[in-house]
Ligand binder design. Structure first.
Ligand code: GDP
Length: 588
């Protein structure tokens, strides 16, 4: 009996899978996923239900429903909003291809480009700009054509959020290999949805089920086995399954509601750049939001320019690049770095100012931060995250280190293993650590060396890297690194309190509270809480402490003094000022 996928029903109804799933779950059919199959009869029932639902006069504003398409859309619109709609309109998803060497990433990108890029206009340059767009089923997909997790994570290490969906290529004759695991960890760290392309199924020794099993063992259960991971068997060489892969990419784009707002703020990232002997600095950017236009004045990292020309992936000059589009930019004064953001500014003057400020800032070392307010003190106690990349000489050593790591427990510190692998510390390990946004990264090697090629990246990104020969040294150091994350601990102790007797407004200074120290002492560098009728009305710092006209460091019980509180002029007679001393405890 013929079966249909839920996404096919959605397509027949002229709505996205996401919309259909939302309605189905509303109808109590939440078990279904877009890739689930249902029988023809069930498909009909689903359609009937949608029509019926749309037909009911639930919402008086609902107009009479005529066509199937209108009916289903109406049903969708009536579905309770589970999440706030994102601004903008669906845009082409930006896809990156990752996987082990020789598993067919380049072949896949070539096949898709060769067979799916819309007919090129005469005179276009065939040279790659670093990304291309394909048309499938009347929709567009953008592919980044530098495959591999190094490029993927190098961009993230600079803060770029380029990729929306990752395609993991695993050769069916070879199965999951070291770089497959690495790629998965990089995808996980990026938090983007993943589709698996099980490649080379044309080979006689291909064993797709083995790949499914290996991935399932890693927690990625294929959807055909009841899991969540979409896996598509393909032959990148022969083109088999490529259409289904594109279908799945669009499906995931719908499920994740990938959107861009042409009217919104410009969000575009450089994915490729070089110096062209005749055209000068050339950079390709992918636009995620807003529109990039010829003549725009842009700043990219520490370079800027007025866009002289925009060139699309087929070598055509275009006037603007809309969300989801890659475009080559001409007119920059210097070559920017991949991963840098393209920002539009008002005029060349502003661009020059921003660039010179950035160049200045890069020269200065960052200022050490000390908590200033109670809020900051509090924030200091929030949970910290240590994110590790662990490399070991052998599988046995790696397992032993992982086991020992599991025994480390530090209050308020979570230790998370971003990636664990066998072999030297490589450039991609460093980039993965450098791309950590939340928490602190640390790359550790157990009985392994740092690949010489990784050194430059270590310097560039300032990622901490340590290598050890003895497991207990490794564990002790990780523990210490975790404790250091907590930073100096600040302990505040109440040292006394004062009562406000009267207040004075001093022009140009603010309000000074004339107080009597009721208990303990008041200190010049103390923190202060203002208590009014038993309630805390303000917390902050003492800005000045005076005895008559004299600045003093502290005032003892029974004495009178003038206290000015930083950023607080609403102090009133009768308020109680509790004074705290903050002590710093350095970690071991
Ligand atoms: P990459 O290193 O992942 O980019 O892999 P390539 O795309 O360079 O492919 C490595 C080798 O595998 C090449 O010789 C390809 O021709 C071959 N290859 C790639 N895809 C397929 C496929 O679907 N079937 C077969 N038989 N060979 C493939």
């Amino acid at each position: 009996m013929a079966r249909k996928r839920v996404y096919e029903i959605a397509r027949e109804l002229g709505i996205t899978s996401r919309e259909l799933l939302r309605v189905l779950s509303d109808l109590g059919m939440e078990g279904l996923r877009a890739v689930s199959t249902v029988s023809e009869e069930e498909a009909e029932v689903i359609k009937e239900l949608l029509l019926e639902r749309a037909g009911k006069k639930e919402a008086p504003s609902e107009a009479s429903v005529k066509t199937k398409e209108e009916a289903s859309t109406a049903a969708v619109q009536k579905a309770p909003e589970k999440e706030k709609p994102k601004p903008g309109i669906p845009r082409p998803p930006v896809v990156a291809v990752l996987g082990h060497i020789d598993h067919g990433k380049t072949t896949l990108l070539d096949t898709i480009r060769r067979t799916k890029v819309a007919e090129k206009e005469a005179g276009g340059i065939t040279q790659s700009i670093g990304a291309y767009q394909v048309e499938y089923n009347g929709r567009t997909i953008t592919f980044i054509d530098t495959p591999g997790h190094r490029a993927f994570t190098a961009m993230r290490a600079r803060g770029a959020q380029v990729t929306d969906i990752a395609v993991l290529v695993v050769a069916a004759d070879d199965g999951v290999m070291a770089q497959t695991v690495e790629a998965i960890d990089h995808i996980k760290a990026a938090g983007v949805p993943m589709i698996v392309a099980i490649n080379k199924i044309d080979k006689p020794n291909a064993n797709p089920d083995k790949v499914r099993q290996q991935l399932a063992d890693m927690g990625f259960v294929p959807e055909e086995w009841g899991g969540e991971t979409i896996m598509v068997p393909i032959s990148a060489l022969k083109g088999d399954g490529v259409d289904e892969l594109l279908e799945m990419i669009l499906l995931v784009a719908d499920l994740h509601d990938i959107r861009g707002d042409p009217k919104g703020e410009l969000e575009a990232w450089v994915i490729e750049s070089h110096l062209d002997p005749s055209r000068g600095p050339v950079a390709t950017a992918v636009v995620k939001n807003g529109i990039l236009r010829v003549r725009d004045v842009i700043v990219v990292g520490t370079t800027w320019g007025r866009i002289r020309a925009l060139i699309d992936h087929q070598g055509k000059q275009i006037k603007e690049a809309t969300p989801g589009m890659p475009a080559q930019i001409l007119g920059l004064s210097d070559v920017p770095q991949p991963g840098e953001r393209v920002e539009r500014v008002k005029n060349p003057r502003e661009a020059e100012r921003i660039v010179s400020e950035r160049k200045e800032a890069r020269k200065k070392p960052p200022e050490p931060r000390f908590p200033r307010t109670f809020e900051e003190l509090f924030a200091q106690r929030e949970k910290k995250k240590l994110k590790l990349v662990l490399k070991a000489a052998t599988v046995g050593a790696l397992e032993a280190a992982k086991l020992e790591l599991g025994t480390i427990q530090i209050e308020n510190v979570d230790i998370e293993l971003l990636h664990a692998g066998v072999g030297p510390i490589t450039e991609s390990d460093i980039l993965l650590a450098a791309s950590v946004e939340e928490g602190e990264p640390l790359v550790v090697g157990f009985g392994v060396r740092v690949d010489p090629k990784a050194r430059k990246v270590i310097e560039q990104h300032g990622v901490p890297v340590r290598t050890y020969e003895i497991i207990y040294d490794l564990i002790r150091e990780i523990e210490l690194a975790g404790k250091r994350l907590l930073g100096p601990q600040y302990v505040e102790t109440k040292v006394g309190e004062a009562e406000v007797l009267r207040t004075f407004k001093i022009s140009g200074v603010g309000v000074v509270a004339g107080c009597r120290v009721r208990e303990g002492k008041v200190i010049r560098n103390g923190k202060v809480k203002v208590i009014r009728d038993g309630e805390e009305v303000f917390t902050g710092e003492i800005a000045s402490l005076k005895h008559f006209a004299q600045d003093v460091q502290e005032m003892k019980e029974g004495k009178e003094c003038g206290i000015r509180i930083k950023d607080f002029d609403k102090v009133k007679p009768g308020d109680i000022l509790e004074v705290y001393e903050v002590k710093v405890i350095q970690p071991a």
